[in-house]
Every structure is written in structure tokens, then in C-alpha cells.
Design a protein around this ligand. Structure first.
Ligand code: NDP
Length: 263
């Protein structure tokens, strides 16, 4: 597996205890970074921290249980990263999940919750880590979805909020330049906790996971004929945050197996 140049760097990954976030934490540790990550479920976070510490050493890892929607908690997290690691070169805003609902079955409360999650999961961490990112001339990578550009009616509020996130990212890339670069990845379907949960909730109980995945890829018309792996998303994130992407800001990389239909 290819590594990136993160020697001496510190990265922060929100939602680092599962799926794409966890794959990113692993790749950044493998690439030489010290990594701080957060998620809400303290037990899962502790299990992940213990497993990573066994391989990479405790002094290169910090993990804190918090929600990115809790502004004071994320400010305290930034303070503890500053105290423990002394810097932050990369912020990966990954925490979150999608919401499956059509316009007809999305309540006002659902709309508000979705907009809060999608926008404030970017806003709170950027605000909290900005002084460190500025000092390090670092970068932000937002984990977003292709739905931002290619909405689907069965995910109406997620798609709409994700378009808003792309707008926010573009504005930030200008306002924070030249000190801080801001980029995004746009995901198609990546095999992670979200899809495992949807598989568990399937109505066709006889289907195996492999059959369910293949049928999903065919139904969605994914040219590469499969779901993506979390590691494949992590590579795009690690590239955008690395010195190799030093002239890239306000950009987006699609990691979708060719699912996008625009040029
Ligand atoms: P997972 O469910 O595997 O991981 C989500 C991670 O985010 C977990 O660590 C979870 O931990 C954490 N998290 C969720 N909400 C919060 C919160 N409010 N505060 C802090 N941590 C939180 O999902 P994926 O790896 O698939 O998803 C990663 C990101 O990619 C998400 O933002 C998702 O919406 C996005 N995405 C994923 C796609 C896919 O196909 N997989 C497609 C498009 C976008 P905990 O629950 O303990 O807080």
C-alpha cells in the first residue's frame, strides 16, 4: 500500500472509529503522522485506540469521545491536541451519516437535523482548529458525497445539505488562503458501517452480503461494478492533505467507481 509524506505532521480525523475515518487514521499513522480522532461511542473508540496503540504506539495517538455538533467539546478537543501534539497540519471532517428519505417523508425536524449535521460537522471543527491550521499552513479535507452534484430523490435532504457543504468548502478555500488549503472528496458508495447497517435492515433476508453488494452496484450503474473500499477513500484524503497536493485548493476528488455522469 502506498504511503504519503506525513513525517512530523499531526492530523485530526473526526469520526475516526469506523469505516472511512478509521481507514484514514490507519493510513495517516502508516505515513508517519501523529493522529487525533473523535467519535461519540466511547467504548468503540477505546477498542480502536487500543488496537492502533498496539501497532503504532500510544504516543502517536489521541482519541476523544465527543460529537462534532457539540461546539464546546470540539473546542476542548482542539485545546487538547494543541497541548498534547503542539500543532495540527490536517483536519479531516469525516464524521456523519446519510439520511434516506423522500420529500414526502422528511419532516421539518429531519430537515433541520440533517442541515445541522452536514454543515456544523464542518463549521465547528474548522473554527476550533483554525488557529493551529493557520500556524502550520495546513489543510482541511471534507468528506462529502457525489449527491452534492448529483442529487437523488430518495436522499432529498442529505443531497441538498451536501450541495451546501460544497459551497461552504469553496468559500473557505478562498477565505482561508493562502495559509490553509481546503478540499473535498465526493464519495459514491463505499462499503462501511453505513452499508453494513442497510444490509442488516434488508427485506430480502436470503441474500448474502456479496449478492446484496453486486445487486446494489448493478442497480446503481457503477461502471467499476462494486462498492468502494474505505481504504480507497482514505487514499484520496491522504493525497489532498499531503505536501504533494500543495497547489491544490478549492478542489474535489470523486471516489465513486465512475458513478458520476457529468464532465
Ligand atoms: P461509518 O458509520 O462507518 O462511520 C462514521 C463515523 O462517524 C463513526 O466513527 C461514527 O462514530 C462517527 N460519527 C457519526 N456522527 C458523529 C458525530 N456527530 N460526532 C462525532 N462522530 C460522529 O460511516 P462511513 O465511514 O461510511 O462514513 C464516513 C463519512 O462519509 C460520513 O460523513 C458519511 O456520511 C460519508 N459518506 C459515506 C458514504 C458511503 O457510501 N459510505 C457515501 C457518501 C458519504 P459514532 O457513531 O461513535 O459517533
Amino acid at each position: 500500500m502506498q504511503r504519503y509524506d506525513y513525517e512530523g505532521h499531526v492530523a485530526v480525523v473526526t469520526g475516526g472509529s469506523s469505516g472511512i475515518g478509521l481507514a484514514t487514521v490507519r493510513l495517516l499513522l502508516d505515513s508517519g503522522a501523529r493522529v487525533a480522532f473523535c467519535a461519540r461511542d466511547a467504548d468503540r473508540l477505546d477498542r480502536v485506540r487500543a488496537e492502533l496503540a498496539g501497532r503504532f504506539g500510544t504516543d502517536r495517538i489521541r482519541a476523544e469521545a465527543l460529537s462534532v455538533l457539540d461546539a464546546p467539546a470540539i473546542e476542548a478537543f482542539a485545546a487538547s491536541v494543541a497541548e498534547g501534539f503542539g500543532r495540527c497540519d490536517l483536519l479531516v471532517n469525516n464524521a456523519g451519516q446519510g439520511r434516506v428519505s423522500t420529500f414526502a417523508d422528511t419532516s421539518d425536524a429531519d430537515w433541520r437535523a440533517e442541515y445541522e449535521l452536514k454543515l456544523f460537522s464542518q463549521i465547528h471543527p474548522v473554527r476550533a482548529f483554525l488557529p493551529l491550521l493557520r500556524a502550520a499552513r495546513g489543510s482541511v479535507v471534507a468528506v462529502n458525497s457525489l449527491l452534492a452534484l448529483q442529487p437523488e430523490p430518495h436522499m432529498v435532504c442529505t443531497a441538498s445539505a451536501r450541495a451546501g457543504v460544497q459551497s461552504l468548502i469553496k468559500s473557505l478555500s478562498v477565505e482561508l488562503a493562502p495559509e490553509v488549503r481546503v478540499n473535498a472528496i465526493l464519495l459514491g458508495l463505499v462499503d462501511s458501517g453505513q452499508w453494513a447497517r442497510r444490509f442488516e435492515a434488508r427485506t430480502e433476508r436470503g441474500e448474502t452480503r456479496a449478492e446484496w453488494d453486486a445487486a446494489l452496484a448493478a442497480r446503481k450503474g457503477i461502471p467499476l461494478a462494486r462498492l468502494g473500499r474505505p481504504e480507497e477513500a482514505a487514499h484520496a484524503i491522504a493525497f489532498l492533505g499531503s505536501p504533494g497536493a500543495s497547489y491544490v485548493t478549492g478542489a474535489q476528488i470523486e471516489v465513486s467507481g465512475g458513478l458520476s455522469r457529468h464532465i
